[in-house]
Design a protein around this ligand. Structure first.
Ligand SMILES: Cc1cc2nc3c(=O)[nH]c(=O)nc-3n(C[C@H](O)[C@H](O)[C@H](O)COP(=O)(O)OP(=O)(O)OC[C@H]3O[C@@H](n4cnc5c(N)ncnc54)[C@H](O)[C@@H]3O)c2cc1C
Length: 501
């Protein structure tokens, strides 16, 4: 074992040609070049499932060509870098490339393709399936890439893939702007956008991917491509719902909207009122204005009481009048609906989904939500095995549903509700209990399911058919594009689209 010291001049060697680098401000987050790294052979997993030895020179060469740290299990920071949100996932990559910018991503992808190594891509590290990290392979970690440039006149933003929604919102809200983003602040913008993206603005402004104007992506051939409707249009189509299958996105260009104060918060009822509340909400939202995005959650309140909560976010005028029926229905325990900053609504559920808990999720798009389905949902919630677990009915429709199912890779435009069964607990000894509860819940709503799940909520144990169904009718087109842009299936640690034969 020997210690390699990086000469400062190394940063200037081997300049790369990067055609399009739209985002250059790293917000001070680019890591310092490692002063000392341990040079050693690395055993790495290949795409074919065999082990390959990368000699110390090969690893040192990779290190010399990237600006961010390249970590092995022997390096400080390795364990922190491999951790992701779901504590069920405990994987140990052979190498972690902590990319500082697009040039590092190019280097990492070329390295992965050349050596045919098993490769995972990490954005925010929030995916419940844990596909951001791999055992024995190469992890391309984008979490240090947090640059963002907001154009307040054009109402657009270029953003790097390591940003979390709370960071993105912080920057855009400085100009009173926002785009549809995840409802938990620590979720990464990258994985969420590529899988569709549902949030408090979804009914008014569509899915996150509907607000994507362009993307820069490093494809499996090691090229940086610019994707817009006009340039690499098929690739751009695939990025809006096709997940991480087509390469590593180094920058996202979003359309922003004028959003600042929203009329929003929770209306909480005792669980005994759940059926009535859910039915009332179902009937109400069917004709509600698109300014209202809402969901129903069945969970345990901090005081231990099982409750049903309406989470409402109204973005527009006349909200007081529109929301009144929802607030006046029944006898709520709590009604904290009030004008609040958009960022306050975006952070409202953060405490309920902390890092470090064990999680197992199931999702099911529902064709309809008749009373019998409501009864099944409530019964399942009543049987939750953990006070941290919940059942959520997310209501879609609105702007997201006016886009044709084949206009983007995200196909489930006609779904009304997404039923999410979210098992969350702390003790590993209880895994089978909570996983069993979530699976039972999924079975219970199956009669009303359209047969598909939200791709971004799929676990790591779904069968091939469940993954196909999540992409729906767009799967064959996606598979053909996968064959074109990633024939070796380098990007396979995701909800994978097999390259068409
Ligand atoms: C608590 C919680 C709340 C959530 N809330 C919402 C919500 O409100 N709305 C919603 O739509 N979804 C939500 N999700 C689901 C979320 O969309 C997915 O978990 C998503 O994958 C998270 O993105 P990430 O970058 O953090 O993922 P990561 O775990 O980092 O990555 C997941 C996968 O995305 C791909 N990927 C990530 N970055 C890139 C990149 N730059 N280029 C190419 N591929 C990439 C890779 O295939 C990777 O395996 C939530 C998830 C959690 C855990």
């Amino acid at each position: 074992m020997q210690v390699i010291r990086k000469p400062a001049s190394r940063l200037l060697t081997k300049p790369r040609t990067v055609d399009i680098v739209k985002v250059s401000d790293p917000s001070g987050s680019i890591p310092k070049v490692q002063e000392e790294m341990i040079a050693m052979n690395v055993e790495i997993m290949t795409l074919s499932g065999t082990q390959r030895t990368l000699d110390a020179t090969t690893v040192a060469d990779l290190r010399s060509h990237v600006r961010g740290p390249v970590l092995t299990a022997a390096d400080a920071g390795y364990d922190a870098a491999r951790q992701i949100w779901n504590a069920m996932i405990d994987k140990r990559p052979a190498l972690i490339v902590r990319c500082a910018g697009t040039a590092d991503v190019l280097e990492a992808v070329r390295f992965a393709a050349t050596h045919e190594v098993l490769t995972s891509v990490r954005g925010g590290g929030h995916n419940v399936a844990g596909t951001a990290v791999c055992d024995g392979g190469l992890m391309i970690d984008l979490s240090l890439m947090k640059g963002i440039r907001v154009d307040s006149v054009a109402r657009t933003a270029w953003a790097q893939p390591g940003l979390l929604w709370q960071e993105f919102d912080h920057e855009t809200q400085a100009f009173g702007l926002a785009t549809t983003g995840g409802v938990v602040g620590e979720t990464g913008i990258a994985g969420l956008t590529l899988g569709g993206g549902v949030g408090w603005l979804v009914r008014k402004y569509g899915l996150t991917c509907d607000n994507l104007l362009a993307a820069d992506i490093v494809t499996a051939d090691g090229q940086l491509r610019h994707a817009t409707p006009e340039e690499n249009g098929e690739l751009f189509w695939a990025l809006r719902g096709g997940g991480g299958n087509f390469g590593v996105v180094t920058a996202f260009h979003y359309r922003l909207h004028s959003v600042s104060t929203v009329l929003a918060g929770l209306v909480v009822h005792p669980r005994s009122a759940a059926r009535d509340v859910i039915c009332f909400h179902r009937d109400f939202v069917a004709s509600a204005p698109e300014e209202l995005t809402s969901r129903v959650g069945l969970r345990t309140a901090p005081d231990g009481q099982p409750v049903v909560a309406l989470a409402l976010c109204y973005c527009g005028d006349l909200g007081e009048r529109v929301l009144r029926p929802l607030r006046e229905f029944g006898s709520p325990l709590i009604d904290d609906i009030k004008p609040i900053p958009y960022t306050a609504m975006q952070g409202m559920f953060d405490p309920a989904f902390p890092w470090g808990n064990r999680n197992y999720w199931k999702s099911s798009f529902l064709r309809a939500l008749p009373d019998a389905a409501v009864a099944a949902v409530v019964e399942q919630a009543d049987q939750a095995k953990s006070p941290l677990s919940s059942v959520v009915l997310e209501y879609y429709g609105g702007a997201a549903s006016r886009i044709a199912a084949d206009a983007t890779a995200f196909s489930h435009r006609a779904a009304t509700f997404n039923c999410l069964i979210l098992a969350q607990w702390r003790d590993a000894a209880e895994d089978s209990i909570h996983i069993g509860w979530a699976r039972d819940g999924w079975e219970a709503v199956r009669p009303w399911s359209n047969g598909a799940a939200y791709m971004n909520a799929l676990g790591n144990d779904e069968g091939v058919q469940a993954v196909r169904d999540a992409y729906g009718a767009n799967y064959p087109r996606l598979a053909a594009l996968k064959a074109k842009f990633d024939p070796m299936n380098l990007f396979r640690l995701n909800q994978n689209i097999a390259p068409a034969a």
